[in-house]
Ligand binder design. Sequence first.
Ligand code: CP
Length: 314
Amino acid sequence: MPWNRRNLIAIEELSRAEIDQVHATAAVFKKTLQRSMKKVLALRGKTIVNLFFEPSTRTRMAFEMAAKRLSADVISFDANASSTTKGETLRDTAQNIQALNADMIVLRHSAAGSPLYLSRLLNIPVINAGDGAHEHPTQALLDTFTMLEHFGSLKGRKVVILGDVLFSRVARSNIWALTKLEADVTLVGPSTLVPHWFSDLGVKVSYDLKSALADAEVVMLLRIQHERQTSSHFPSLGEYTSMFGLNKTRASWLNPKAIIMHPGPINRGVEIDSDLADSSRSVILEQVHNGLAVRMAALFLCSGGHPEAASASV
Ligand code: CP
């Protein structure tokens, strides 16, 4: 089945086959990153605008590098140095970018639904690079790509997502991706940050860290997202760390072959001990590395590239 989406807004709307296509295309592009000549000509002549209204290190740089590796021209929009500071709306900003002949917009915004809104307004593809607490689709695609590299298949694999699920777009996108890939997903954390209604999405919800981590093959840690919290959900960071932070003892409850994941940015000593973040079980930098190939795949496919053509283009 060919990829026939112009936009990448949410994992919720993707089929299993579409997720597989992104992964297969990313695998092709990943091989090119090992070459001395890393560029391919797939998007030569296209202009991609990175429209980031929230801070980002990994996602913004990965999209920028991915566009360059595909030979596109890329413009990174700095919201603080733009006419947004003079009151220009997102709608007007995006329509002006389209009027300047951009071929694609990659949007990060604090407002959930803003990529969907732009995708309905514009005639060019829109890729969601994180919208509020809604979704971060390319993060889940790179996370599942990384898990698949380790385990081959995710069917029945025990994956634990630990921490601030309520405010996490990464958690939501991963819940959709992992359940479509038939993983056995458990969410764990304080009940204020992991409400029981998440079980409606086909995952388990637990407040018992030891039993949740027991024999898990993947643990994905989440940062406490203070920027999206309007009230206190636990007494203090120290209390959170003492009850839910991943340390050496708690990591010993995992399956011996378990991998430790984190979308970044990590807060060392809060959700994860510094030593564990740097340990051989941690695949945090592998995730970042895979993020480049996955963003190349997302840009390529949403530009109208067919998965089979990815091999030809390299
Ligand atoms: N994982 C992630 O989205 O990181 P950035 O906020 O640095 O892009």
